[in-house]
Design a protein around this ligand. Sequence first.
Ligand code: GLC
Length: 750
Amino acid sequence: MKPLHILLACLVAIAACTNNGTPVYLDPSKSVEERVADALPRLSIEEKVAMTHAQSKFSSRGVPRLGIPEVWCTDGPHGIRPEVLWDDWSQAGWSNDSCTAFPALSCLAATWDKEMSLLFGRSIGQEARYRKKDVLLGPGVNICRTPLGGRSFEYMGEDPYLAGQMVVPYVKGVQENGVAACVKHFAVNNQEVRRTATNSVVDERTLYEIYLPAFEAAVKEGGAWAIMGSYNLWNGEFNCHNHRLLNDILKGEWGFDGVVISDWGGCRDDDDAITGGLDMEFGTWTDGLHGAPSDSYNNYHLANPYLQRIADGRAGTRELDDKASRILRLIFRTSMASERHYGSFNSPEHYEAARRIAAAGTVLLKNDGVLPLSIPDGGKLVVIGENAIKKMVVGGGSSNLKTKYEITPLEALQEAFPNAQVVWERGYVGSTETSFDRVDTGEDLSESRPAGQLLADAIKATEGADAVIFIGGLNKSANQDNEGTDKLDITLPYGQDAIIETLAGVVPHLIVVNISGSPVAMPWADKVDAVVQGWYGGSETGHALADVLTGAVNPSGKLPFTLPRSLADGPLKTERQYPGIQEEGEQWWQEYYDEGVFVGYRWYSSKDIPVCFPFGHGLSYTKFEYGPAKASKSTLSCAGSFGVNEGTETVLKVSTDVRNSGERDGAEVVQLYLMPPAGDVERPVRELKGFEKLTLNAGQTGRAVMELPRRAFARFDADSHRWVVDSGTWTILVGSSSEDIRSTAEIKIN
Ligand code: GLC
């Protein structure tokens, strides 16, 4: 041992003795930072390096010699993935790991309810803890830049403020259980096409105004303990070790003290892995994506190559100590936390939470009075469509789950109307697939009738019906809300549009339920009496939908993304914008975010393009009347620029009274958008900067109060790298959606 090591060993021994024999790092009465400081010098270089990379599909080594446990990760954002084999994506076939399947995060976003988000995070965090997992690989908050995005169902919509507000309670709820939330995929990972080989070319203004805020909120307000780097590149660097994104912004500007975990196989270079801000390398094989020898974990970039670089002096140990410190911090926050957590699994409370969240996220898009359903005893309800019976918790990619049970819409409607005849007709054949990663729903979706017969049978069944509901949409199969593939268009597959049009021609008051996790076109919306946006609602998806359709729950969901009339109406007009192009001399595909900040409703409203249903839209079975929007001041003196971490102080309060003028109790999401003064820099004509969900009994009046920080008025100036508030007359828009503005107010900023 070198003299320094002898000195250190003595100091450590003394330290240990002064703590009544218990080493500080093992003493739960000590702070996390004290325990990290005590543990780090006890580790050898080999032990530190071993912690920085996977030892199996979802785990990394601890320090057995010191009693420091391994780190166990699990997917995913909607529930705890079934245990997988040590070195394979397939499930291990355990009989005790069927979980509660919570709704997909696009549904959670559609609740616009921070309490629902806390309930979600708390519940899934309890399930992770019970399953002895230290890191939950979720939530995902990538912005829905294109309706084609294959994983929009796992994310929180098209607006950074909504996603930011909704991700914070989820993170806190998970982490109060001693489980780390690992917010993903950082960053500008907005498609599945060539996701491991595409360089997102995004200017810094767009990055700071649109693609970073949800992650920034998760870190600064949510206190996320982990972040997952994404597969793609930004600015020509792979995001799992992107110096600018991880070192300068995440760890530098935002002061992130947690761990950066690579996406599985997202680490692509030995040297960048050391210096580019990555702390834990996970993946399948050596280069993360392809076959390799069985000892591949030793060949990971942060494994033997790292040890070799340190040994031959090409790398120091400064970065290694930072990585090891962050990993130790993660361990002392989770598996070795001073406060012991126990969690719970498959509890009635968790299924009830799943049902409440799924119902609260259901969006009533249109209702000409045909809802809520009322079917008399002895009456006849006809349900048509494959999504009424197809179980969808299984599939979709890494968020695939094995759940104890999944209630389908048909089962729930049969339960809801026990004294009526509830008839189901398939109408069409979509997907007969029932399994993924060796998880199987057990359904038999085979069908012998030809398409024409299926439709004829459906039409015939509608005779004498008291009500007819079509339940269709997407189903998480390839190119339909599925990791690794994007949608090819936003037209409903399997000829559903034609079927809906045909049914609308023979059924007087057709109700359509679209189940999807991303925008689809609804060309038939004017020809049917009611349209409901349902989601992949998890174990209780059927009960939640029936709760809304029967009126047991008054719908209060709002769209977290725009439903455009057609893909062509959107901001992505060229191949270079999506899905990217190859360029001379460039190894990777290049995708240019030429639309800049004009994403989603920012585009449609600024260009006056009519949409099918707007961002923030959602009806109720009752009515809400808005009073005038009142601002706490008529002028603000907050013009000028400020630094990236400033501008959080409240500068204005805007309130409005809302009265439930209908017969039913309900809830309304009051939304606040800002319209800037005309100026040299092109800005969206409205941006969501506040919302509050008011629960109001029939006849009750409530007050929504939204606080605006200085940052709410700011645009990002890339040249100065500062936020800038422009002076002039601003308009405050308060309403029930991004287009249904109920009152306005003006504010002068000088
Ligand atoms: C996948 C996904 C990521 C997931 C990870 C582990 O490729 O991109 O979201 O958590 O690998 O399954």
